[in-house]
Design a protein around this ligand. Structure first.
Ligand SMILES: NC(=O)c1ccc[n+]([C@@H]2O[C@H](COP(=O)([O-])OP(=O)(O)OC[C@H]3O[C@@H](n4cnc5c(N)ncnc54)[C@H](O)[C@@H]3O)[C@@H](O)[C@H]2O)c1
Length: 345
């Protein structure tokens, strides 16, 4: 069986996470790596820190047989690469996606799609004009508890949604990343675009397009970014849906990703008590889900699709990823203006 050959751009927290996932796959092989940082080009990840799922980074990654580049624009032209996986900081996603598609590669890019609406329009044009496959790291769609809930909800098992709340709270990540880029709002888009986007995306994925958003936010730890945000999503059907995200708690605080969705027939919670479904008739259920991460599921699926030549549309379409990006941009506008913002799709 021919392995899918991966070229990875950026070997920080997410790049090293993807590296280890591909390394353990029987159907994939990392053949190229690009990073602007000389230490990373030797596989040294000793300074890499993330907010969840941290691995032991004390030993260098094994780059035997991996062609190493300084620039991702050289990597995308490597004839041995089938898939370009983009894990560099957000402002460079758009140019790398467009260059990789122009070079005839399939693309898996980390979220967010890109940094602003102008870049998003350029990416949209490139994606709409290609036959290559493109998926983004909207990993929470594939995270087992969220996935289970999504599938049951969409099958109508719980009935109509009445209220929903999603929360994603991280300890302070200042100093974790390359050049501390998360703490520069102009580069990262703050916790709003970088982290809370996952919940914005879940709202869109579960319940369809909100018509407008009302957001409040605070700048606490970064230079100019929205470090904490609370958003009310307006829906024509009257469902009360809100989400909160932030990264300004002390470093010793645990990472929290939680939700509660109240529907006509049941309430589903991923909270301190675990993952549970509370039925209207009094029954309490603890669904069993696979002990894995959304990162493993989304990459395994994408590699499988590339290998079989099947369009990877199980977890996402480009249009709904683009919708989520536009909603997040509207949330930032609402924070900035103090007003409810109607979303232009
Ligand atoms: N899906 C998730 O759960 C998740 C989690 C964390 C980060 N992310 C996303 O992954 C991306 C990377 O974040 P991170 O936490 O790994 O950051 P990081 O700072 O830890 O790593 C970035 C890496 O990219 C390299 N780099 C910087 N500019 C580059 C360029 N122009 N070309 C090639 N390499 C370059 C850096 O040297 C570094 O090794 C971001 O877009 C972030 O939003 C996603």
């Amino acid at each position: 069986m021919k392995k899918v050959r991966i070229g990875l751009i950026g070997l920080g927290f997410m790049g090293s996470t993807h590296f280890r996932i591909y390394e353990a796959m029987k159907d994939a092989q990392i053949v190229a790596l690009a990073d602007v940082d000389a230490a990373k080009r030797k596989g040294d990840v000793s300074k890499v820190v993330g907010n969840i799922g941290n691995a032991d980074n004390s030993k260098p990654l094994n780059l035997t047989g991996v062609q190493v580049y300084k620039s991702g624009f050289d990597l995308v032209k490597d004839p041995n690469v089938d898939v370009v996986d983009i894990c560099c900081p957000t402002p460079d996603h758009a140019d790398y996606i467009i260059a990789a598609l122009a070079a005839g590669k399939h693309v898996f890019s980390e979220k967010p799609l890109c940094r602003d609406l102008k870049q998003a329009a350029r990416v949209e044009k490139a994606v709409k004009n290609t036959k290559q496959f493109v998926n983004f790291g909207m990993c929470v769609r594939a995270w087992p508890e969220y996935r289970y809930t999504y599938e049951q909800f969409k099958a109508g098992v719980y009935g109509k949604v009445l209220t929903a709340t999603f929360r994603r709270l991280s300890p302070d990540i200042a100093g974790n990343a390359w050049q501390n880029w998360f703490m520069d709002g102009a580069r990262s888009g703050g916790a709003l675009l970088d982290m809370h986007l996952h919940d914005t995306d879940l709202v869109r994925y579960f319940f369809g397009r909100p018509t407008a958003v009302t957001s409040i936010g605070a700048n606490i730890v970064s230079k100019g970014g929205t470090d904490h945000v609370i958003t009310l999503y307006h829906f024509d059907n009257g469902a009360l849906v809100e989400a909160e995200g932030g990264w300004s708690a002390p470093r010793t605080t645990p990472f929290e990703m939680t939700f509660q969705i109240i529907c006509e027939k049941a309430t589903v919670r991923l909270m301190a008590e675990g993952f549970k479904v509370y039925w209207k008739n009094g029954r309490v259920e603890s669904p069993k889900v696979e002990a894995t991460t959304g990162w493993h599921k989304e990459l395994a699926y994408f590699v499988d699709c590339v290998r079989k030549g099947i369009t990877p549309d199980k977890y996402q379409t480009f249009d709904d990823v683009l919708d989520s990006f536009k909603i997040a941009m509207a949330e930032q506008k609402s924070v900035d203006t103090g007003k409810k913002v109607t979303i232009k799709y």
